[in-house]
Design a protein. Structure first.
Length: 430
């Protein structure tokens, strides 16, 4: 069965049929899996150098172009999912002369034959599901990473905002008026969403295993200021607690709410000991959002023989972004360099340019990975970090006063490997 009979495309059925026949005789050119920022950046970079080489983009959604970091700011700005879309997948693919296979899932990668098995993501009933096979010369994995849902957070009751579709669904629910939202995970995304929801008029409870936000990235002296700023806004921050259960209950008015049970983490600290003597009453909230980290789905990397780690991502050769499997590259949230996940937007253009040059056989100096500046988007406090910050290590205070704290992370040679700068805005002193 030919691909055009089951898979959406920007090309006409007749032209798609011609391409399908040709793909049996020759290879498909470049195939990209994933239509997020990373995938589209690769297309932009290739088209800047080569207007004609065949490119096929495969995505499980519509392939619309949007800037994902905006999802943690859009609710208070009253921007809908449609407002965030810069170009529909169909329009963007047409402009870039790309074959778009939208609402399509890759089920298998055969690296030996350089073929992909596809199935329409819109047809879930196996009786009526049709399949297709396409080939590739070069394959780019830009499939992103997926939210981690701890066992205590059932996926059918808990939201995530890692994708515009889920964001849009949550936004529709929140449009009914002020509601109570619990957020599990006070990393950068969770902390940003908490402020955004608060600004939109919602009651917010932020829960984290650690005693302060961003505690996996920064030292306690720095995170204490962030915690104070978060609390000063009116966000209910529960630090040092873990969620144990979430169930749906009736609110007595023919509606439903969530009952969230939580408990203090066991620790030898005096603070945790004091918490353990307090009986924690379950939270009753309207919605819960999980911001508990990301993981890389291992099915496709494993099928392709690509080295990867579920936590950090697909292992690539830093100068070329090639994987250990011939003719397969990786970029974006699904990729790691030197054991560190690469989940920031800033380096994507340089990464995409390297992949484009390498695929097209053009000379290039190689990708040089430089950790981007990390900036928390919260208005209550300014947090900027450079290098590769991590909570543990030899952090030293460089400058400290009521309005500003600067700390450096020193390596074994007493060289600065990371710096964090925390400033209170003029109207908020912490």
């Amino acid at each position: 069965m030919s691909a055009e009979t089951i898979l959406p495309s920007t090309t006409s059925p007749s032209s798609m049929s011609k391409e399908s026949k040709e793909s049996k005789e020759s290879k498909q050119g470049i195939v990209i899996i994933g239509a997020g920022l990373a995938g589209w950046h690769v297309i932009d970079a290739i088209r800047a150098k080569d207007k004609d080489i065949p490119i096929t983009l495969i995505t499980t959604d519509d392939g619309d172009r949007y800037h994902k970091p905006m999802l943690t700011m859009a609710i208070s700005q009253k921007k809908s999912a449609a407002d965030l879309v810069r170009a529909t997948g169909i329009d963007a693919a047409k402009a870039a002369q790309v074959t778009l296979l939208a609402n399509t899932q890759v089920t298998d990668i055969d690296a030996a034959t350089q073929q992909l098995q596809l199935v329409s993501a819109l047809r879930s009933d196996p009786v009526y599901t049709n399949y297709a096979t396409i080939s590739y010369d070069k394959l780019v994995l830009a499939m992103g990473a997926h939210p981690i849902f701890p066992q205590s957070l059932p996926e059918d009751l808990v939201w995530h905002v890692n994708h515009i579709e889920r964001f849009g669904q949550l936004q529709e629910k929140l449009a009914a008026g002020s509601q109570h939202v619990a957020i599990v995970g006070a990393g950068m995304v969770g902390t940003e969403i908490a402020e955004d929801l608060l600004k939109a008029g919602h009651q917010v409870t932020l829960i984290d295993l650690n005693d302060a936000p961003l505690s996996q990235m920064l030292p306690a002296k720095a995170t204490a200021r962030i915690a104070q700023a978060v609390k000063s806004q009116g966000i209910n921050f529960l630090g040092g607690y873990q969620v144990t259960d979430v169930i749906r209950i009736s609110d007595g008015n023919h509606g439903e709410k969530l009952q969230v049970s939580y408990e203090p983490l066991h620790s030898d600290s005096e603070d945790s000991a004091a918490k353990s003597t307090i009986q924690t009453e379950p939270l009753i909230v309207d919605h819960m959002i999980a911001s508990t980290g990301l993981t890389v789905d291992g099915k496709l990397p494993t099928a392709a023989g690509v080295e990867f780690d579920r936590r950090t991502g697909i292992v690539v050769d830093a100068p070329t972004l090639r994987t250990n499997t011939d003719n397969i590259y990786a970029i974006g949230d699904c990729m790691s360099i030197n054991g560190v996940a690469c989940r920031y937007v800033a380096p994507l253009r340089a990464q995409a340019a390297t992949i484009a040059d390498d695929i097209l056989g053009l000379e290039h100096s190689g990708y040089e990975h430089k950790p981007p500046m990390i900036r928390l988007k919260n208005k209550a406090i300014s947090v900027m970090a450079t290098g590769v910050p991590q909570a543990s290590g030899n952090w030293q205070v460089s400058s400290e006063n009521d309005d500003e704290l600067i700390m450096d992370l020193l390596d074994d040679n007493n060289e600065v490997s990371a710096t964090v700068t925390i400033k209170a805005p003029p109207t908020v002193k912490v």
